[in-house]
Write a protein that binds this ligand. Structure first.
Ligand code: GLA
Length: 381
């Protein structure tokens, strides 16, 4: 698997790549729709990665190939590269080149070959993985000397300004900065990070990921509308961001806001609290105590933020009814994946119950796997 990008590289571009870089997808334990409100998040990196085999080119061209693409090479001149010149998967690596150049980094052309086992459209940050692996490759090939958080911000800029999705920094920071065996507690305002140990196996627990196969698309406008609603609410409250609203002032703030904004604000304020509560539990070694916090987070996303869907709701309800300690949708919503915290002995029962419930409801079969906190972006070869 690791070598697929390198093998393809030789077949497609000819000769050996200079190196192979890998960046993971992520699941977010808790802290959803808080990152563009300057709040807190707590993601882990997945074992699944996107690999980029790469080599410099001296003629100012980008030649991009993906094993998951349509079999063709996207060939772009760096000169004149701008948002809108390419669509589809190639927009992510091209956007990283563009963001680096725009930030003044001396980056030139490259041959790239991409291979990934991060499911696309599953809310598991396949796009951040592709961006971060590309950014790490260019960082090394052109000796840019950027740190992992700096690479993440370049990747986020690519997604915001080149691909056109107004996401926060969580996914790219997770893909770039996570470490194995830990969750990443990130303050998205200061970018201060703390690696909080999360040894699920030692606690007899597993983190089940249920990909509902309902493809989410953050580019379709709903995400941007929610973000704009939060920013409008913060403006009306006279705050720099919703992060600055404390729980004690929540009820009064909701009373002051137009009806449609109150629930958004309530979700963000309570979700930030759930992140710090979760970190407190982890620090005390109380991993099982996360369960009810996760389930409360899902209720907030379903009722206040309204980003769940029948498939994610059914996965959460069924997992909890079958004995999971807690469950919630993870990522932006409108489909995507659910996580469930499960005692090891109940893993098969919970997985089977979710599959059966999806069958009875006439939904597509979900893809179910367990996740362990894994490493962020790295060079493989
Ligand atoms: C998507 C975005 C992130 C974040 C989540 C919701 O994954 O890319 O920046 O906003 O949704 O928490």
């Amino acid at each position: 698997m690791i070598d697929e990008a390198a093998t393809d590289f030789e077949a497609v571009h000819g000769g050996r790549p200079t190196g192979v870089w890998a960046a993971p997808g992520r699941v977010n334990l808790i802290g959803e729709h808080t990152d563009y409100n300057a709040g807190f998040v707590l993601p882990i990196a997945l074992p699944q990665t996107t690999r980029v085999a790469a080599r410099r080119r001296e003629d100012g061209r980008l030649r991009l190939y993906s094993a998951q693409g349509d079999g063709t090479i996207t060939d772009l001149p760096l000169d004149g590269l701008a948002p809108g010149v390419t669509a589809g998967w190639a927009g992510y690596p091209a956007g990283v080149f563009w963001a680096l150049a725009e930030a003044g980094h001396p980056v030139g052309g490259a041959d790239l070959s991409v291979s990934s086992d991060v499911p696309a459209g599953a809310g598991l940050s396949s796009s951040a993985a592709l961006e971060c692996a590309t950014a790490a490759a260019l960082n090394d090939l052109y000796g840019l000397g950027l740190s992992a958080p700096e690479l993440a911000l370049i990747a986020q800029r690519a997604e915001n300004a080149f691909v056109g999705v107004p996401c926060g920094a969580m996914d790219q920071m997770a893909s770039a900065c996570c470490t194995g065996g830990s969750a990443l507690f990130l303050d998205t305002r200061t970018l201060e990070q703390r690696h909080v140990p999360l040894d699920l196996a030692a606690a007899g627990l597993r983190l089940l990921v249920i990909d509902t196969r309902v493809k989410h698309d953050l580019g379709d406008g709903a995400y941007a509308t929610l973000r704009a609603g939060c920013e409008r609410a913060a403006g009306l409250l006279g705050l720099p961001a919703l992060r600055d609203l404390g729980p004690a002032d929540l009820a009064a703030a909701v009373d002051r806001l137009p009806g449609e904004l109150g629930p958004l604000v309530r979700h963000v304020v309570t979700e930030n609290q759930r992140v710090t509560e979760t970190v407190d539990h982890l620090v005390r070694g109380e991993i099982a105590a996360l369960g009810p916090v996760l389930t409360a987070g899902h209720a907030s996303l379903r009722e206040d933020y309204q980003v769940s869907c029948p498939e994610t709701d059914l996965a959460v309800e069924t997992a909890v009814a079958a004995g999971a300690l807690g469950a919630r949708m993870t990522g932006g919503g409108f489909g995507g994946s659910v996580i469930a915290l499960v005692e090891a002995a109940r893993l098969a029962g919970v997985s089977d119950a979710v599959r059966a419930a999806f069958r009875s409801a006439g939904f597509a079969a979900p893809v179910v796997f367990t996740a362990v906190p894994s490493a962020g972006v790295r060079r493989l070869a």
